[in-house]
Structure formats: C-alpha cells, structure tokens
Design a protein around this ligand. Structure first.
Ligand SMILES: O=C(O)C(=O)C[C@]1(C(=O)O)C=C[C@@H](O)C=C1
Length: 274
C-alpha cells in the first residue's frame, strides 16, 4: 500500500524555533513542520486549508499573553484543538570566537527578550527585537554583526553553528509558554480538557459578574480571563478558559447560561491539554 504523505503543520519562524518544539510535543515526529514568516501567516495557512494545522504560542508565565495571537484567534475562524505548556530554557548564543564579556547586544523575539530582561539589564546587554528566536540565531550566524549575540534555544545554536555562551538565562526557572494547536487535532493522550470562549457584555454593572456566576455556580474553574480591546474605544472582548469539555453537561449548561448574559459568545475550542 502506498504511504500517504505526512500531515503538514505550520509554525512561526524557522527550524529551531520553540514553536517547532511545541509542534513536535503535540503532533509527534511524523508530521511535516511548515515554517511561516509571521503568526498571521500561520493562521491564514490553516484558514485557507494550505496546511492541516498550526501551532502558536498564546501566553508566557513570565512575559504574559502573546497578544498578537489572541487577536488573530478572534479574527479567524479556526478552532483550537489542543494545548501544551513548554518549559522555555533560553541560551545566550553567539558566533564562535565572540566571548561573553564582549557581547553588547542581542537579537531575539520580544517575548524571549522580556523573559530575560533582568539578565540582560545586569549584563548591560541591549535587547533588539527580531521576528523569532530561530530567525535571530540564523541572522547572527550568517551576518555576524559586531559584538552581537542572540537569545535562542540550544537546538537553534546547534542548527546554525553558534556557541552557547550561557544556558538558562531566563529570569526564573518557572518559565513556561502555553502553545495551542489550530485545525488538525493532535494525536495526544490528554491530561484534562478545557473550553475556551470569547464574549462581549453590555457596559453595565454586574454584566461580567453574571457571566462568571454561570461557571462558579456550577463548581467549574475559570483558569484564565483576559480582555482584548475591540475596535471601538473602551469596549472589550473577554477571553475565558474554563476547565472541562463542552460535552460535559455541566460545562454545556454553564456556557448556555453565560450566553444569556452576553451580547455575543463564541466557543474558540473545546480541547485536550497535554
Ligand atoms: O521565537 C520563537 O522561537 C517562538 O516560538 C515564539 C515565542 C513566543 O512568541 O512566545 C515562543 C516561546 C518563547 O516564549 C519565546 C518566543
């Protein structure tokens, strides 16, 4: 029997990016990882069916929400189908020959720079934003700008022939990033399930309270509540994660009760957490 071609899963950046590691953690080794230049390109590739699925970061335990991806989720009609939390261990990397004491600036993704902000301040190293950690590593390797390193993964350093000057340069060992799967459901053994919602409420006293009450009144745990600006001033879209699958009657009833207290409510996904 002819072998079918592997499923194609998009991630932002280049080989060695944390997004690629998350993609492997969710989908395993037998899918084709498709690099995209931007997070928007990942969403568009999934929405237009050019790939089977995608993987993007949505929140860092140190740096906070990856707001761009929360907004892209609201903009596109692509379901969340899984989640994994990755321990992010950053390295200060540089072309061979550049000593740690001589590094004056580093390129990296803004989230990675935020996660290492204290370390960079202490060393007096200037952070320079780049589209992705792996792109930063490749640039430093190919262009060797003077006295410049990158904050990236050990995998990126190995791929692009860079020296790891210091490992574990994030400001806390409790540095995790939550990645979500879009489109194709990863074949994973899930630890638990959760449901992600986006909703809007009237600007009036008690509106948000009534939505939250639909969950707390049924003993359900809301693990995240975040607001994103709408295009009109001081009006928000609320993003809420609740523990439990939508097939669970308690969750379904809570979502229906919440809906009655909302102007709009959309289920972004009901999925497994690895
Ligand atoms: O730059 C990368 O390698 C990414 O995968 C992006 C990203 C992010 O956007 O949060 C992923 C994990 C880390 O938190 C740092 C950067």
């Amino acid at each position: 029997m002819a072998e079918s071609s592997p499923r194609r899963i998009a991630f932002q950046g280049e080989r060695g990016a944390y997004g690629e590691e998350a993609l492997r953690a969710l989908h395993g080794p037998h899918v084709e990882a498709v690099p995209c230049p931007t997070f928007r390109a990942v969403f568009e590739a999934v929405a237009e069916g050019r790939v089977d699925g995608g993987v993007v970061p949505v929140e860092s335990s140190l740096g906070g929400p990856v707001a761009e991806n929360v907004d892209l989720l609201l903009e596109h009609d692509v379901p969340i189908t899984g989640e994994v939390s990755l321990r992010i261990r950053h390295c200060l990397v540089a072309p061979p020959g550049l000593a740690l004491a001589d590094v004056e600036r580093v390129l990296s993704h803004p989230q990675a720079l935020a996660q290492c902000a204290g370390y960079l301040r202490r060393r007096g190293i200037q952070p320079i934003p780049e589209a992705n950690t792996a792109i930063a590593a490749r640039k430093v390797a190919e262009e060797a700008p003077p006295r410049t390193g990158a904050i990236a993964s050990r995998a990126s350093a190995e791929l692009y022939g860079l020296t790891v000057l210091e490992e574990g340069v994030e400001d806390s060992p409790d540095n995790y990033t939550r990645f979500i799967a879009l489109g194709l459901t990863p074949p994973h053994e899930w630890k638990r399930r959760k449901t992600a919602l986006a909703f809007t409420v009237q600007n009036e006293s008690g509106a948000l309270y009534r939505v939250l009450g639909a969950f707390s009144g049924r003993g359900l745990e809301v693990s995240r509540l975040e607001s994103r600006p709408q295009r009109r001033a001081w009006e928000y879209v609320w993003c809420l994660d609740v523990d439990g699958a939508l097939e669970d009657p308690r969750v379904r009833e809570a979502v229906e009760a919440a809906q009655a207290a909302c102007i709009t409510l959309r289920v972004l996904g009901s999925y497994g957490v690895a």
